[in-house]
Design a protein around this ligand. Structure first.
Ligand SMILES: NC(=O)c1ccc[n+]([C@@H]2O[C@H](COP(=O)([O-])OP(=O)(O)OC[C@H]3O[C@@H](n4cnc5c(N)ncnc54)[C@H](OP(=O)(O)O)[C@@H]3O)[C@@H](O)[C@H]2O)c1
Length: 357
């Protein structure tokens, strides 16, 4: 029987949050086969798909750093895939690769969109040396790299400085906060639950973690930054956290503007107002960035992250939702409601299952 492939297509542009069963539709199509391959292409099956807040932004038809997903198109997403067949020298059948595969089970991609995994994963189901295959989508993938470049290039904390990271229990925030600790800073993280805060202090070694839903959050934030803030790594942007950080900024503070998850679903996008003028008084440098800006340095950054991971200086967690492509709606809900600790992934196919053409 011909293999089928389930895929998630954009059915309707959301005006606010992604609406389960409405924004996307599931469609089963005949899976492409080896016979469909042209020179320079690879036939891939997805094992894990990465769920990133930025995916919400790709649904809006407006100018951004990438074009919007078109109506009817397979939802764009980064995935960890296994090569089923190849007409490219870049990877062979059985190899593990990362690729902008979209949320689908099977697909064909040109070789320039496929990144072969480094040695420990090549051709194997799992990696040794304490690494996990899924690290390639998290701590050794886009979110780990974002944390690395944002913290080392823009934040650049010095020993003894105070660093505050918002959404600190997420994929990017948790790595950014630990990199600041490695640099010798005093690190304060904010997150949306007490469980996340415990993970940040008890396992990741942050100095303080604050639940931003706590009614006393404002007072606690002030108490946690007695020497003010030298680096604010912001994953949330907008609303009270950025404003509070501006109010507590030290002279020459660096504000690393990484993401704006609090605004992705909202129609009104409030900017910081109350403490904005502190940028002038305290000579704050506020800089946005996109991880692609540092593409030429990915190799060295991955090597450093892998070294810290193997030395136990960097810890990570994943929240893996099972259920394949059909679990995408649930994953989007979890992402925006804070259901994940660390990197959020959906398992499309258990890697232990035999590859099938
Ligand atoms: N600039 C770049 O190149 C780049 C690259 C990758 C990611 N990013 C950005 O980095 C940020 C984190 O991404 P990620 O992939 O690591 O996701 P993540 O932090 O693993 O997951 C998102 C987390 O954000 C928090 N959150 C959701 N809605 C919120 C709200 N309204 N206010 C405050 N917190 C909220 C939730 O945790 P709580 O329980 O703590 O609320 C949720 O678990 C995002 O803003 C993303 O767009 C930027």
């Amino acid at each position: 029987m011909t293999r089928q492939s389930l895929q998630l297509e954009l059915a309707e542009r959301p005006t606010g949050a992604i609406v389960p069963g409405r924004t996307f539709r599931l469609r089963r199509v005949a899976a492409p086969t080896e016979a469909d391959l042209r020179d320079g292409q690879l036939l891939l099956e997805s094992l894990y798909v990465s769920f990133d807040p930025a995916m919400r932004g790709w649904l809006d038809d407006r100018r951004s750093y990438v074009p919007p997903v078109r109506l009817g198109e397979v939802m764009r997403a980064q995935a960890l895939c296994r090569v089923l067949a190849s007409r490219s020298a870049r990877a062979a059948p059985g190899d593990i690769v990362t690729a902008l595969m979209g949320i689908r089970e099977v697909g064909i991609l040109p070789e320039d969109q496929v990144e072969p995994a480094a040695a420990p994963w090549r051709g194997a189901g799992s990696a040794g040396g304490g690494f996990r295959m899924t690290d390639l989508l998290g701590v050794l993938g886009p979110t780990g790299l974002t944390a690395y470049f944002g913290m080392t290039k823009i934040g650049a904390p010095r020993p003894g400085e105070t660093v505050v990271v918002s959404a600190a229990a997420g994929a990017t925030g948790s790595v950014a906060a630990q990199i600041a600790k490695i640099a010798g800073a005093r690190v304060v993280g904010t997150a949306g639950s007490d469980e996340k805060c415990r993970w940040l202090t008890e396992e990741l070694g942050l100095d303080v973690a604050l639940n931003y839903k706590d009614p006393d959050f404002r007072d606690k934030f002030k108490a946690a930054t007695p020497k003010y803030i030298d680096v604010f790594f912001d994953n949330v942007v907008g609303g009270e956290q950025l404003d509070m950080a501006l109010g507590r900024a030290n002279k020459n503070a660096r504000f690393v503007m990484c993401g704006a998850i609090s605004q992705y679903n909202s129609q009104t996008k409030p900017g910081p107002t109350r403490n904005f003028a502190n940028i002038i008084a305290q000579r704050i440098k506020m800089q946005g960035f996109i991880v692609f800006d540092y593409a030429k340095e990915y190799g060295a950054a991955k090597a450093q992250l892998a070294k810290w991971l193997s030395e136990g200086k960097l810890k990570r967690k994943e929240t893996i939702i099972k259920g394949g492509v059909a679990a995408a709606d649930e994953a989007f809900q979890q992402l925006f409601q804070g259901g994940n600790i660390g990197k959020l992934l959906v398992e499309i196919k258990n890697p232990e299952e035999v590859a099938r053409l």
